[in-house]
Each structure stands twice: as C-alpha cells, then as structure tokens.
Design a binder for this molecule. Structure first.
Ligand code: SAM
Length: 398
C-alpha cells in the first residue's frame, strides 16, 4: 500500500465546508469525482442517454451523478462550457433528473450499464472483502480496463468476486503518464475504472491527478462511493466530530511532524490522521506533546479486519496504552483527536450570541439561515440552539 500523503489540508464537516491549500484537489476529486472540482466547467451538465437493464431509456447527467452515474456522450469540453448550447443542455438535464428521481424503481433498483468514455472512481474494501457495494461490482464487472494501484491486490479482489478484467497499474510514480494513456482509452470509447489497494481513491491515495486529467479532457468522471478508513473510524468513534479536519499522514520526521501539528492545536475541530504501524508510537507522543494531554483520542486499528480495535482514551494515556501490548502497535491506524473542549465551548457561546442577536430581529428560520452563513456551523445544531434560545428569549406571559 502506498504511503502517498495528501499534500495540504482539507477541512470537512457537517457544514460541508472545505477549505485549505493543496488538499482541496484531493478532497474535491473524491467528493465529486473531479467533476465538481471544476465546478461549472465542460463536464458540468453533460448529458447522455443509456438503456437500462429493463430496456428503459434513461438520461444521465454527470454533475448530478444519477444511480447509473455517467454519460456515454459528453458535453463539449471546457472551452465551450459557457456556450448557449451548454446552458440549454444543463436546463434540460435538470428537468430530466427530476423525472428520473421521481421514478426510483428505474434508477435505484436496476443495475445500469457502465458507460463508454467514462472514468469510474470506485471505492473498494479496507479489509473485509465483502465490504464492496453492488454498484462497484456492477461497474468493475463491465469496464474494459481497471486502473489499479497494485494489480496483484486488485487481482485478488476481483477474482474473489468472479470478475475478469484487464488491469493497468496506476500508482504514485506513473500516475501522470498513465493519465495520458487513459485519456486516449476514453477517447476511443472505452470504459475505465480506477481503484486503489483499499478504500476510496484519492483519499491519501493516487487518483486526483488522473481525475483532473480526465475531467480536463472533457470526459465524465463518476464516483462509485464506498469504504474509506476515515469515515469508518469516525462513524464508530463516539466523538463529537463536527466539524472535523482530515489531515492524512503526518510527516515522517519528528521536527516536520511538530511543525505540521502546531498550527492545528488551537483549531476547534476534531482532527483525523492516518498512521502506519512503524510510526504509531512516535505519532501518539507527538500528538500528546503538541495538542495537549487532556484531549480525547480514538485509536481505530485494523478496521473491518480480524483484530479490529477501537480504543478511546485521553491523549496523555495513549502512549502507555499502545506500549502495554506489542499487538496494539500492529496493523493500520486511524487516529481521531477530539476537539479541544474550551475551544468547542467558546465556539458554542459565539454561535449562541449570534443567534440571539438575529432572533431578536428575525423569524427563527431566517435567523438560523443567516447564522449558518455567518458562523458556518452545522444547520441542524444551530436550529436546535435557536429553538432553545427562543424559549429563553420569550417575553414573560402577561
Ligand atoms: N484510500 C484509503 C481510504 O479511503 O481510507 C486510504 C489509503 S492510505 C494509503 C492507507 C492508510 O489508511 C493506512 O495507513 C491507515 O492509516 C488507513 N487505513 C486503511 N485501511 C485501514 C483499516 N482497515 N483500519 C484502519 N486504518 C486503515
């Protein structure tokens, strides 16, 4: 498995915020398969017609990622993105999407064909081979070529599911060259899938450069979502992790690790890291030293595998826990550090103050909407707080 690190930060949470530097490319590539990363570009509104298994003709819109998730014909490439034709296509597409969504049996129940001239970004298991979606199997079983980080690893996966496909290696060393080759395959009408050794491509894994090249060339990129270690760990952590910041792998040297962690210490976010077994002890020591012993940490190890362990403790106790048993230092890790308590409380106070001001002047829904825009806090949380505040702000009964 590669140890390629996502370069930079990406912040994601229930608010849907994404900020940061170089990390944005990878995050957006995953969220939208690169189509939305170039929001408003040539891929947007691309319209295709496909005949489903039931013989029903359906319309697919790349930006909306319908259940068959693709298009066999593409809108004009980037440079014509804002042409009148493109706009008309987009409008027609939106109308058709509504029609499709109204008939869930047509798009949600039936396996639909993988489409030519389309790159499918397919998530694969992070340990348990059965953690693969029906749609991923449909797509992998139909594409002409599967670009795989390690063809041996993917060979085992597809053999397990009875799939035979042409495999092409695509890793951090050859991604740009392969991207050119894959664009040529798409130009020839081929269907291509991208997978990595485990989880979702482009999440601390190769894929973002390929997705970008394919999108830039005007071809459809369709995410086929599924497992990712970061999401699995968050879902079972039991921490209040909204918002949370995904960092990926920390740097390898002590000085670089500290330099990377220091700017994160004061952020009012839960922090999520990937870590390899040979660096787990050093990483835990560095986290405690920089972020403070009092924060909570969840150590999620070997998720979905035989020795799966999810341990929650204070950062100050984490090193002792991991050193108590050499087995605890084995395998693959996701580390989630809870938000600093004081910062979280301060942020809540500030949100309450904003809401109170707005509620004094506006109806509840409008106040919440503006508060979300001002604070970028999750809407449902602000809504709950607004309801509670409204009670306290009510004029006393006469
Ligand atoms: N693309 C993958 C994803 O979506 O999660 C991540 C690939 S990254 C190269 C590999 C790292 O992910 C590992 O070093 C570990 O930190 C984390 N990871 C992958 N599988 C895991 C598992 N089963 N349990 C815990 N962490 C895992």
């Amino acid at each position: 498995m590669t140890s390629l690190r996502v370069g930079g930060l990406s912040v994601a949470g229930a608010t849907g915020r994404i900020t940061g530097g170089a990390g944005d490319a990878a995050t957006a590539a995953v969220g939208t398969g690169g189509v939305g990363a170039d929001a408003g570009d040539g891929a947007g509104g691309a319209l295709g017609v496909a005949t489903g298994a039931a013989g029903v003709t359906t319309v697919a819109v790349v930006t909306r990622a319908p259940d068959n998730g693709g298009a066999d014909e593409h809108a004009a490439p980037r440079n014509t993105a804002h042409s009148a034709v493109h706009v008309v296509r987009r409008v027609r597409a939106e109308v058709n999407v509504e029609a499709i969504e109204g008939d869930s049996a047509m798009t949600r129940g039936e396996p639909l064909p993988a489409l030519g001239r389309t790159l499918y970004v397919v998530a694969t298991p992070i340990g348990n081979l059965r953690d693969i979606t029906l749609r991923a199997l449909d797509i992998l079983g139909q594409v002409d070529v599967i670009a795989a980080e390690d063809t041996r690893v993917t060979g085992v996966l597809i053999a397990h599911h009875g799939i035979r496909a042409q495999l092409l290696s695509l890793n951090e060393h050859n991604e740009r060259r392969r991207a050119t080759e894959i664009v040529k395959l798409l130009d020839a009408g081929k269907r291509v899938a991208l997978v990595t050794d485990a989880g979702t491509p482009a999440i601390s894994d190769p894929g973002a450069a390929l997705v970008r090249a394919v999108g830039d060339a005007g071809f459809a990129v369709v995410p086929v979502p599924g497992p990712s270690a970061v999401i699995a760990a968050l879902s079972a952590a039991g921490l209040d992790a909204s918002p949370w910041l995904f960092f990926g792998f920390l740097p390898a040297t002590a000085a670089a690790r500290r330099a990377a962690l220091e700017p994160l210490a004061a952020l009012p976010y839960a922090l999520v890291f990937y870590e390899a077994p040979h660096r787990i002890k050093a990483a835990l020591a560095a986290l405690a030293a920089t972020l403070g012993a009092a924060r909570e940490i969840v150590i999620a190890r070997e998720l979905t595998k035989r020795f799966e362990t999810i341990h929650r403790c204070l950062l100050g106790d984490a090193s002792a826990w991991i050193e108590a048993d050499p087995d605890r230092q084995r395998g693959e890790f996701v580390l989630i550090v809870g938000a600093p308590a004081a910062a979280a409380a301060e942020a809540e106070d500030a949100h309450d103050a904003t809401l109170a001001l707005l509620l004094a002047e506006l109806p509840l829904a409008r106040a919440v909407k503006l508060a979300v825009a001002l604070t970028r806090a999750p809407k449902n949380r602000l809504y709950e707080r607004a309801l509670a505040l409204k009670q306290t702000l009510k004029p006393p009964p006469r």
